[in-house]
Design a protein around this ligand. Structure first.
Ligand SMILES: [Zn+2]
Length: 173
């Protein structure tokens, strides 16, 4: 919420997604160049649709890199880590709780109902790994050390996507 989305941000995110970013209330993470990478979306969209993916990945470069990881069969590997590695599992559950706490605060500030998304975070948390885009969006918004799977994926794609190295192609202005 600290980094409110301005007109220029809305224009860039619209280009990144190919559609208007409904319910976007803040920029969650930026590239070194300043372009948004992930945005914060309100719990209830303006048309009343409940929206659980509070941290939403918008960088096309990141989306592409993460999609490649998903397509190469890694999802089972990451789910196995959550299932079998006790330390990682408790970190993953913590990431889930932080996600819910973050959204709860947002909902309270905006006066949005959480009725239809109560207990639901994103990406398959807290027991599975279903969407790496959602997990890496949390990592971008909340930083390293929050979501263990997001951290692993971030390391893995660093040669293609890294918020500290601008590889953005979305036009400005
Ligand atoms: Zn950039």
């Amino acid at each position: 919420m600290a980094d409110k989305a301005g007109d220029e941000d809305i224009a860039i995110v619209t280009r990144q997604l190919g559609r208007f970013p409904r319910g976007m209330v803040a920029i969650g993470a930026r590239c070194v160049c300043g372009r948004p990478l992930a945005v914060v979306t309100r719990p209830v969209l303006p048309d009343g649709t409940p929206f659980p993916t509070t941290c939403y990945l918008t960088s096309p470069e990141a989306v592409k890199a993460v999609s490649r990881v998903e397509a190469d069969g890694s999802m089972q590997h990451y789910t196995d880590l959550v299932v079998h590695d006790e330390t990682l599992r408790s970190q993953y559950q913590y990431a889930h709780r932080l996600y819910l706490a973050f959204r709860h605060e947002l909902a309270a500030r905006l006066g949005d109902s959480e009725e239809h998304i109560a207990g639901t975070s994103a990406g398959g948390m807290p027991v599975r790994v279903k969407c790496l885009h959602a997990l890496i969006a949390q990592t971008l918004v909340m930083g390293h050390g929050v979501n263990p799977i997001g951290d692993l994926v971030m390391e893995r794609i660093t040669d293609e996507f890294n918020p500290k190295v601008c590889r953005c192609t979305t036009e400005l202005g």
